[in-house]
Design a binder for this molecule. Structure first.
Ligand code: FES
Ligand SMILES: [Fe+2]
Length: 384
């Protein structure tokens, strides 16, 4: 969406890419999708939602790890548990959306019932299965789950490194925003999506080189020269200070004049937009007035679902609500501009025989992302 890049020195863990963009076929060849699913979406931490969807025992939410349906439920000990969202009987999806289970997870098809710890405890007319029914082998299929600063992540790889370990100091950077205490006020399950491969959408989010050309409103609001990126091994952090000079645009000027830091933030946070990107497809937009998250999911080779959540303090004042509305208006315009950009990249990359040109230092996160993708897909792609 936004983001940019004055490369800054950043302490330990900073990392530069090789500078080479991915081959165009990686964005256009549908034959690649099963490998991406297996080697990326089934091995990495995938955002599954916000803790506000899981307030008490029996609360659940559902998500996708790429194509794979997953459910997260809070058990009787207040612990989060995650499972493949499929009934062990004949494959019905168990839960949809978010909500509250009454004491157990019950399949809507034939009523097989599971405890929150995954154990199968109820089978209607169990005797009719004869000896073929061994409940102890028919529990829900577990999935790794972790909470990071109020955001819930799942991972289909039982051997995955814990997310907290991967992202190092990211929780310290997020902590001041108190994401766990915010409440949702706008959400979308991907809706219209974006007309480009998911990696094009990611790459557009993690570089700001296009801001001066393609986002006139953002350019008026942000101090582009001071826009900074810090590339770490598993995440990228962006700092986008707002300009001191008031914008000539009424909405932009209103936002900059009225915005106040949320509880937890200080004066130094009032005039800066921050973004975090966790490899491979989670983005967290940190504004003084709200936090937005996106899960960038493939929907076919040339389309992307962007699963979106917006969060703010429960007791936002009328002034802050106005600021939040202005923020949404301004960023919807930016998103519309980005949708047009990624659409054009997807079209252009169909050009037979084309290879991408060099990447700028302002695109160092794109180089990092390309390196990560190449490494993950190496078992399936000879070069690229
Ligand atoms: S598919 Fe779930 S009970 Fe039959
Ligand atoms: Fe953009």
């Amino acid at each position: 969406m936004t983001a940019a890049t004055t490369p800054t020195a950043s302490g330990g863990g900073a990392r530069a890419g090789t500078g080479a963009a991915l081959l165009p076929s990686l964005y256009t060849d549908p034959a690649l999708m099963p490998a991406e699913q297996e080697l990326i979406f089934e091995r990495t931490w995938q955002l599954a939602g916000h803790v506000s969807a899981l307030p008490r025992a029996g609360s659940y939410t559902t998500a996708r790890a790429g194509s794979q349906p997953v459910l997260v439920v809070r058990d009787g000990d207040e612990r989060l548990r995650a499972y493949r969202n499929v009934c062990r009987h004949r494959g019905s999806r168990l839960l949809s959306g978010s909500g509250q289970c009454k004491g157990a997870i019950r399949c809507r098809y034939h009523g097989w019932t599971y405890r929150f710890d995954g154990t199968l405890i109820g089978v209607p007319e169990a005797l009719a299965f004869g000896e073929r029914l061994d409940k102890s082998t028919l529990g829900l299929l577990p999935v790794r789950v972790e909470e990071l600063c109020g955001l819930v992540f799942v991972n289909l790889d039982p051997d995955a490194t814990p997310l907290a370990e991967l992202v190092g100091d990211l929780p310290e950077r997020l902590a001041r925003y108190r994401i766990e205490a915010l409440e949702p006020f706008a959400q979308s399950d991907g809706g219209d999506g974006q007309p480009a491969n998911w990696k094009i959408v990611v790459e557009n989010y993690i570089e700001g080189y296009h801001i001066p050309i393609a986002h006139p409103g953002l350019m008026r609001m942000l101090d582009y020269k001071r826009y900074a990126v810090d590339v770490r091994e598993h995440y990228v952090w962006f700092e986008a200070p707002l300009r001191a000079k008031p914008s000539a645009n009424r909405l932009e000027r209103g936002y900059a004049r009225l915005v106040e830091p949320m509880p937890g933030l200080g004066e130094e946070d009032r005039r800066v937009w921050r973004y975090a990107f966790i490899y491979p497809n989670t983005t967290i937009d940190l504004y003084p007035d709200q936090v937005n998250t996106w899960q960038i999911l493939p929907h076919g080779i040339g389309r992307t679902d962007d699963v979106f959540g917006s969060y703010r303090p429960a007791d936002s004042s009328p002034r802050t609500r106005l600021v939040q509305w202005l923020n949404q208006r301004l960023n919807t315009l930016v998103l519309d501009e980005d949708v047009d950009l990624v659409d054009n990249v997807q079209q252009g990359l169909q050009t037979r025989g084309y290879v991408c040109g060099p990447l700028s230092r302002r695109e160092q996160a794109v180089a990092w992302f390309a390196d990560r993708i190449r490494a993950d897909l190496a078992p399936a792609v000879a070069s690229g």
